[in-house]
Design a protein around this ligand. Structure first.
Ligand SMILES: Nc1ncnc2c1ncn2[C@@H]1O[C@H](COP(=O)(O)OP(=O)(O)O)[C@@H](O)[C@H]1O
Ligand SMILES: CC(=O)OP(=O)(O)O
Ligand SMILES: [Mg+2]
Length: 396
């Protein structure tokens, strides 16, 4: 049995779990610290049986303070087994890193240089690595890359129509939420059998704070909606998703906005928040939709773009056998799933309203050609599995 601590540093949250992994996988506890840098944050931890151990409101100004809070809780916990290794979610691996890697000083330096590729994620994750190294010196740390799953994409899916000199700097589509995709495919294999999954044309729709869809053929990523950075693709909570580059040029030239201001706008002030002018949280928007035209517009745009991308990825796949909804919105919002799927009957997507409203594992009608599933993703467990594998490899 090995103890693995997983750290998932998101743009506005830190999720963490301690696992005991050997013949079986046991979660010893898991927790999160949410809404870093804004109001309404919460620090919560559940134990091995899913019972709430801590649930308290919290306001931390940044990721550094969030890390301090998480690690002081962990280290003060009596009887906590010392982790044998710590696995981190690294959102971006650039062109070079396509498998999990042990975090050496050289790798940390390379990732620091990659930070401009994912400015909302990588700097925070690297802070967590540094803090963990200080708090638990000598414990092996591993980087698990969100981009790695997508390295199988054909070159045409990766290519941006830019001059060679720019593309040579690594400017291409990478794709993200790869750890989530890997976890979901593993779970699908458990449900359907590996040979079945390898034959299927699948779209994995990860709709959370960040949102993306990935087309999977023969168990591999063949295209995905996010691009060079996690700002591309679908409309998200606070990110624009795909945007005509002319808009950025207009803002630079006409409005004289600085790159810093544009970065903040594209990543933090757009998407559902930007269109509604009210909230980045889908639950809030659904609650206010009836009386608020802007909230309605934001939800409509989210669902419209999601629907459009399902069409595009189905074309990439040459058909569709399975559609999987996951992430906070995908797992919990029957209303959004219904709105995304309505009008897609011509693709063989037929939702059973009752099953959908009950959040059942399969929500498609039995006669529908496409099986539509709700699956709970688990990026932390995927990180722990990779870290465990690397730890064992190292010990051999
Ligand atoms: N019942 C629900 N109905 C609608 N949206 C929900 C529901 N539960 C969670 N969400 C949405 O899920 C999003 C967060 O997704 P999650 O995957 O947890 O985020 P993160 O990407 O930070 O891990 C929030 O925008 C929230 O609005
Ligand atoms: C890649 C990405 O968007 O991650 P998150 O959903 O955690 O923000
Ligand atoms: Mg997420």
């Amino acid at each position: 049995m090995r103890y693995i601590l997983s750290i998932n540093t998101g743009s506005s949250s830190i999720k963490f779990s301690l696992y005991g992994i050997g013949e079986v996988e046991n979660v010893i506890f898991s927790g999160s610290l949410t809404r870093i840098g804004s109001k309404g944050g919460c620090f919560s931890v559940r134990d091995t049986k899913g019972r709430v151990v801590v649930e308290e409101p919290i306001a931390v100004p940044g990721h550094e303070n969030a890390c301090i809070h998480v690690f002081s809780w962990l280290l003060a916990r009596s009887g906590m087994p010392m982790p044998d290794a710590i696995g981190h979610r690294m959102v971006h691996g650039g062109p070079e890193f396509t498998t999990p890697e042990i975090l050496t000083p050289a790798l940390i330096e390379s990732l620091e240089q990659l930070s401009p590729f994912a400015p909302e994620h990588l700097p925070h994750a690297l802070k967590a690595v540094k803090h963990a190294g200080n708090q638990l010196p000598g414990v092996l740390q591993v980087a698990c890359f969100d981009t790695a799953f997508h390295h199988t994409m054909p070159s045409v899916a990766r290519l941006y129509p830019l001059p060679g000199v720019i593309r040579n700097q690594g400017v291409q589509r990478y794709g993200f939420h790869g750890l989530s995709c890997e976890y979901l495919l593993g779970d699908l294999e458990r449900l359907e059998g590996r040979s079945e999954v390898l034959q299927e044309k699948i779209i994995l729709a990860h709709l959370g704070h960040g949102a993306s869809m990935t087309a999977v053929l023969h168990g591999e990523s063949v295209d995905t909606t996010m691009g060079f950075s996690p700002a591309g693709g679908l409309v998200m909570s606070t990110r624009t998703g795909d945007l005509d580059p002319g808009v950025i040029l207009f803002l630079l030239e006409q409005d004289g906005l600085s790159p810093e201001v544009i970065k903040d706008m594209v990543n933090r002030r757009s998407g559902l928040l930007g269109v509604s002018g009210r909230s980045n949280d889908m639950r809030d928007l659904l609650d206010m939709e009836q009386n608020d035209a802007a909230a309605h517009q934001a939800i409509e745009l989210f669902c419209y773009q999601a629907k459009k991308h399902i069409g595009a990825l189905t074309t990439t796949l040459g058909g569709l056998d399975a559609l999987v909804f996951t992430g906070g919105i995908g797992e919990h919002s029957a209303a959004i799933r219904k709105r995304i799927c309505s009008g897609l009957e011509f693709l063989g997507i037929h939702i059973d309203e009752r099953k959908n409203s009950l959040n059942m594992p399969v929500i498609s009608q039995e006669t529908g050609h496409v099986i539509v599933r709700i699956m709970k993703t688990n990026e932390e467990l995927m990180i722990a599995r990779h870290t465990y594998a690397l730890l064992n490899e190292k010990k051999r």
